[in-house]
Design a protein around this ligand. Structure first.
Ligand code: 5GP
Length: 206
């Protein structure tokens, strides 16, 4: 079991309606050590992939995206869900159904922050039906940029998003993939993932 699966088992709460609540370390209070480990693990899984921008959606993807972008030393852009009065920029706009809020949202990024030359790594906290990630892919494509990967903390594998994205040819990496969960017994089953390869570490010699 990896660090995130262990954290979900100890601190996650399963709610009726197929919702995993992880407010204590990801969605309300942020556990920096877990965020750092997620960022390092995503960087490792996308080794060799050229990235010049990390794109996420407000709000909960921002913490992971920021830590990952720090490792790449590239900017983070987050798609916004609501118009602000002071935003007069021209925008790329996409439509996404919100799984948690049960409504359609327009999500947007101002044009100056996405370019045709961008190689974008998309990041989010959860992947469920893939609405949020598809909207982000749409925004990148509107700008003429390239999506080089999709990095997710928790994929709910019992929902269709991950399968569809992989069938579309996207390189999707999820640190924890839930195959099933039951709110009555508070049990979660994780999908077996390829084991982490041991890195060769040069030990310091006297
Ligand atoms: P999707 O767009 O893939 O259907 O859903 C992903 C989005 O919905 C994520 O951005 C996440 O914020 C939210 N989400 C979906 N399922 C869950 C869940 O079980 N728990 C939490 N905390 N957020 C979820």
């Amino acid at each position: 079991m990896n660090f995130l699966e262990e954290k979900i088992l100890t601190d996650g709460v399963i709610k009726q309606g197929n919702i995993l609540k992880v407010d204590s370390f990801l969605n309300h209070q942020i556990d920096i050590d877990i965020m750092r480990q997620i960022a390092y693990e995503l960087k490792r899984r996308f080794r060799g992939v050229e990235v010049n921008k990390v794109l996420t959606i407000e709000a909960s993807g921002i913490a992971i995206a920021t830590m990952l972008a720090d490792l790449y030393d590239v900017p983070v852009v987050f798609a916004k869900k609501s118009e602000t009065a002071n935003s007069t920029d021209d925008k790329y706009v996409a439509l996404a159904y919100s799984f948690t809020h049960k409504k359609m949202n327009n999500v947007f990024v101002s044009r100056p922050y996405l370019h045709a030359t961008d190689k974008v790594l998309i990041v989010d906290d959860f992947l469920a039906d893939g609405q949020a990630v598809h909207a982000l892919i749409d925004l990148v494509h509107q700008a003429g940029g390239e999506v080089v990967g999709v990095g997710i903390a928790v994929e709910k594998g019992q929902q269709k998003g991950g399968r569809i994205l992989r069938e579309e040819g996207q390189h999707v990496e999820s640190i924890a993939i839930i195959d099933s969960m039951d709110w009555e017994t508070q049990t979660v089953c994780f999908r077996e993932q390829p084991r982490r390869k041991l890195e060769h570490v040069q030990l310091k010699t006297e």
